[in-house]
Design a protein around this ligand. Structure first.
Ligand code: GAL
Ligand code: CA
Length: 354
């Protein structure tokens, strides 16, 4: 996939262009012998870990919209080239090489395998190109290796804890209904994202920890990994149903919305006469619809819009040689942390766009 957003600069008068050029210093940027970058065009290379991931595709939609808005505001052309790493680190490294060879001004990398971040950093640094990692967080040691390296994302521990908070509140408000077997213990199941992914590990840990820290007794009935994927989650939960486990499960924690929806698919397909309380993370459009329909209990916003906005703002500032701290809130000079929020039927209208 390679998209070029149409520019509005071609319509500008030559004198207006001259002003623009003086405002944006990186004239005729050229790196690694690639084609020179025109003064009024910022080329951003974006490599995704997997384009078919629901949350990532909503980041892409937001990136395209945000870049278009920024073009209109800044009066320049932003050429976003978005490529799919197809969950293959070798493919993604080749994409990075190609962007750099073609003289792209900024790289945004949703890294397939976080342990490969150092290789990407070496390549970008050798070419003198700023690098923004997003959504899949490299280790801090890598991020701190240079001043042109950034991470834009959501704190996984925080949104895991908030998911636990959703369940804790439901338990405190309505224990009689939630504690179906009346034993005072919350029986739960966990659907985990990709093994080794920070968001999966930390959400799994901190969702439950919020309850145990608050003194709620919990018992794990089932747990499995479904790689962020709706179909895989549905298959796992079908197995739990066959094993008779679902009758005991009072709450299903899912590391993301797609897997939570997969659980609902399986339960409905099996003709379940009741759904346990199910919570996800992301606030994707299908998840919001499911909350509206009273199936998914709640989710935690993983801010795709804020992520895209921060990436575009950072890209523009870095390309123009401005201080990124002027356009985004930076922590430890390298991190942009996006806020997260609970979403349930109570505040759903704030998140539904139509
Ligand atoms: C998580 C998100 C998942 C999946 C994953 C990919 O933050 O909740 O749905 O998109 O990132 O890295
Ligand atoms: Ca119970």
């Amino acid at each position: 996939m390679n998209r070029t957003i149409k520019n509005c600069c071609s319509r500008l008068l030559p004198s207006a262009l001259a002003v623009l050029i003086s405002l944006f210093p990186p004239l005729l940027l050229s790196s690694c012998g690639g084609e020179p970058e025109a003064a009024d065009t910022l080329r951003v290379g974006v490599s995704l870990y997997a384009q078919d991931d629901t949350f990532i595709s909503s980041v892409v939609q937001n990136l395209e919209r945000t870049a278009q808005e920024a073009e209109a505001e800044a009066g320049l052309k932003i050429n976003l080239s978005i490529v799919d790493g197809r969950s293959n680190q070798t493919t993604q490294l080749e994409q990075v090489d190609r962007f750099l060879a073609r003289g792209y001004g900024v790289l945004c990398v949703n890294i397939v395998d976080r342990t490969a971040a150092a290789v990407v950093i070496d390549k970008a640094q050798a070419a003198g190109v700023p690098l923004i990692f997003f959504n899949r967080q490299p280790v801090d040691e890598d991020i701190q290796r240079g001043d042109q390296i950034y991470y834009v994302g959501v704190n996984a521990q925080g949104n895991g804890a908030l998911q636990g908070e959703l369940v804790l509140e439901a338990w405190q408000e309505n224990q009689a209904e939630l504690d179906r077997n009346g034993d005072g213990v919350l029986q739960y199941a966990m659907l985990e994202g990709e093994p080794g992914h920070q968001d999966a590990l930390l959400r799994t840990e901190y969702s439950v920890k919020t309850l145990t820290d608050a003194g709620v007794k919990v018992e794990k009935i089932a747990s499995d990994t479904a790689n962020w994927n709706r179909g895989q989650a549905s298959a796992r939960v079908s197995l739990w149903i066959q094993q008779g486990l679902c009758d005991q499960i009072e709450v299903i924690f899912s590391n993301n919305d797609d897997m939570a929806l997969g659980a609902i698919d399986a339960l409905k397909a099996a003709g379940a006469d009741f759904l346990p309380l199910i919570v996800g993370v992301d606030a994707t459009a299908p998840a919001l619809e499911s909350i509206a329909a009273g199936e998914l209990y709640g989710t935690v916003l993983n801010d795709a819009d804020g992520m895209a906005q921060a990436m575009v703002d950072l890209s523009l500032a870095l390309w123009a040689g401005e201080d990124p701290a002027d356009v985004v809130e930076l922590e430890d000079e390298h991190y942009v942390w996006l806020p997260y929020r609970e979403v349930t039927q109570e505040n759903l209208s704030e998140f539904m766009t139509s």
